[in-house]
Design a protein around this ligand. Structure first.
Ligand SMILES: [Fe+2]
Length: 387
């Protein structure tokens, strides 16, 4: 594990969360009359990233894939869709491990008491395994995908990625092809990262401006360039936790720059800014895109922490997707959507992942590798498995 991580890593996540209970929803119609995106900002430590719920129009009404918080604003917008296309009939939580998608489910299900709820197999809780009803999933109308069947199979094709044993629980994600629109819905497995900040940040660019700075006592300045800079740094945080060009500062140095006049407010985190970006950080961002455009890819966090010893499981899923008829775009729970693609793109991705070194441990990947090494050392994740 690099010295920087050892010295400073443990404390910096213990800092304020965003967006402090305020949550806006951006609704976009992705495919007219068929598919809608409901995006909210979700904060984990310093990293506030958009999270998406996708709404599909089915013959029976609306299907919600990937729950987000049922704020008054979100419910008002969903009621408008219901008036045109029928009631919310099905809510799907398609991941067993993605906490940010799991937490909003109970409240969303309560807002639609007539909807059937489907969840990925292998839902788990830590430190004590609890039954689904104790996790807030409504009893009597919660079903497990695959184990209890699959909903709307005449209109949807379901494909499971995993399960993969993570030690404490499992990773499993069930993707879904909406045949009418050619939309493949995924949760965390695949991403398409854009160069520009998502539109959701237009309502509140604070998280971008925060990261666009170089010191804690530098004021938050709003400009197109600062928003773009902040977005690109946020993507690097979310992708690698601590990419190679990011130095995490000692607490004493962070403290010395904090609480200055003009910074004694939560918007600027009281001037607490424990990062210093080294030259070359932009190259790390651009490497996540192809010629400045989004590309279909596996998120580095998943490659290094979920699939480091299970590449075969991922490749097999990608090849199953490549054989599906009629994929025209992918809609993930994070980043750019819709991402125009066809089945052939999933076959190409599988071939590319098979050909290059898997789950690297150096450069930008060093922190993810160090976390994996530590989990292995503590016996919290299983060691060698199928490749
Ligand atoms: Fe996620």
């Amino acid at each position: 594990m690099p010295a920087l991580v050892d010295q400073h890593w443990p404390w910096w996540p213990l800092l304020p969360l965003y967006p402090y209970g305020r949550r806006r929803t951006l609704v976009r119609e992705l495919i007219p009359g068929q598919v809608w995106s409901f995006e909210q900002l979700q904060g984990i430590f310093y990293v506030a990233v958009p999270i998406r719920m996708t709404v599909l129009r089915l013959r029976e009404g609306l299907l919600l894939y990937g729950p987000v918080a049922p704020t008054r604003e979100l419910l008002a917008q969903l009621r408008q869709l219901e008036a045109s296309y029928g009631p919310v009939c099905t809510i799907v939580l398609a991941t067993s491990s993605g906490l940010e998608h799991k937490l909003p489910l109970p409240a969303l299900a309560r807002a639609f008491p007539k909807a059937q709820v489907w969840v990925s197999p292998g839902q788990w809780s830590f430190p004590v395994p609890l039954p689904l009803s104790w996790l807030g999933f409504p009893p009597g109308r919660t079903h497990t995908l695959i184990e209890d069947g699959l909903p709307h199979e005449d209109q949807l094709v379901w494909e499971s990625l995993g399960p993969v044993d993570l030690g404490l629980g499992r990773f499993q994600e069930v993707s879904c092809l909406h045949k009418a629109s050619g939309s493949l819905l995924v949760t965390d497995a695949l991403v398409a990262i854009g160069a520009e900040p998502p539109e959701l940040f237009e309502a509140d660019p604070t998280p971008l401006l925060f990261h666009a700075r170089d010191r804690g006592d530098e004021p938050l300045v709003d400009s197109v360039e600062q928003r773009r800079k902040g977005w690109q740094r946020l993507v690097l945080f979310a992708s690698y936790f601590q990419p190679a060009p990011l130095e995490v500062l000692p607490l004493a140095q962070v403290w010395s720059q904090a609480f200055r006049p003009g910074f004694r407010n939560p918007t600027s985190y009281f001037g607490l800014y424990p990062f210093r970006w080294q030259r070359g950080w932009q190259e790390a961002f651009w490497a996540l895109l192809t010629n400045g455009q989004p590309r279909l890819q596996l998120a580095p966090v998943l490659e290094r922490l979920v699939f480091p010893r299970h590449r075969g499981v991922l490749l097999e899923w990608l090849r199953r997707l490549s054989r599906l008829q009629g994929i025209r775009q992918m809609v993930g729970a994070h980043y750019q959507a819709p991402m125009v693609c066809t089945g052939a793109d999933f076959a190409s991705l599988a071939a590319e992942l098979e050909a290059r070194p898997w789950a690297p441990s150096s450069g930008d990947w060093a922190t993810l590798a160090a976390i994996d090494d530590r989990l292995l050392e503590w016996g919290l994740v299983p060691g060698a498995g199928p490749q």
